[in-house]
Design a protein around this ligand. Structure first.
Ligand code: 5GP
Ligand code: ZN
Length: 114
């Protein structure tokens, strides 16, 4: 069995504050939020990073992005704004090796990131 922490959340083996899920994706609150709303949206099927998501159906990748957009909207941030982030690899600051998209919202976010 895959011991990846996000795979374990996707299988509901590890506790997380799940917001929504479907057969392909699951969204849950980040354990260490850096904004008033900080959620992670992941494909349930393990893939280490965006760079390694080779052979993914463009439709699946597109649905992932639009789900994040709709999640932001459901949470009430469509008008005020929000940020979607995909940290990728060492220099990108990725710390969990299971592809995930951060949804950050609820405060004014600075640019550029560090
Ligand atoms: P990364 O730095 O890889 O882009 O983001 C990984 C994120 O996963 C971090 O924001 C971190 O707080 C979050 N995280 C790490 N382990 C867990 C966990 O077990 N549960 C939840 N809900 N979030 C986690
Ligand atoms: Zn995984």
């Amino acid at each position: 069995m895959n011991e990846c922490v996000f795979c374990r959340i996707a299988r509901h083996e590890l506790e997380a504050k799940v917001v929504e899920e479907d057969p392909d994706f699951i969204a849950f609150h980040d354990a260490h939020p850096v904004a008033p709303a900080h959620l992670l949206l992941i494909p349930k099927r393990h893939v280490a990073s965006l760079s390694e998501w080779v052979g993914v159906e463009p439709d699946v990748a597109g649905r992932w992005l639009l789900r994040a957009r709709d999640l932001a909207s459901t949470l009430g941030f469509a008008k005020s704004g929000y940020r979607l982030v995909i940290n990728t690899g060492e220099w990108g600051g990725q710390t969990v090796a299971h592809l995930h998209l951060h949804l950050l919202a609820g405060r004014v976010l600075q640019w550029p990131p560090g």
